[in-house]
Write a new protein. Sequence first.
Length: 130
Amino acid sequence: MAQILDPLPSEQSAKILCCYVNATSKIQVARISNIPNWYFERVVFPGQRLVFESPTVALLEIHTGMMASAILSDTIPCDRLEIKEDNYELPSSSAVDSDTINNRQIMSSVKTTNLDAAKPLSFVGLVSID
């Protein structure tokens, strides 16, 4: 995944795909400041998911916006936000479901041409209660 504004420094070889969810009702700023020669700062709106690549040693700072300022509300190691793939079996190429209202069978097909794209991603979910 390419960083649009500022790519990872070349000396950072170990990188991971991460996901952060703003589960609050406030605008937040996500910032990584412990990686030399790299600038990462994004605005995350309430309910928005932020998916990004980072070095495994990075720390994501979450700054919660107030009227005219922002306070550091959390610091999360990026390895805790890593998105990991689950290994599982895909169903067969077609499956039969039943429509209980009309008492008839429904044929549904599963496109299995690209198995990697069909695998779900799991990630650590964060919840903040105000």
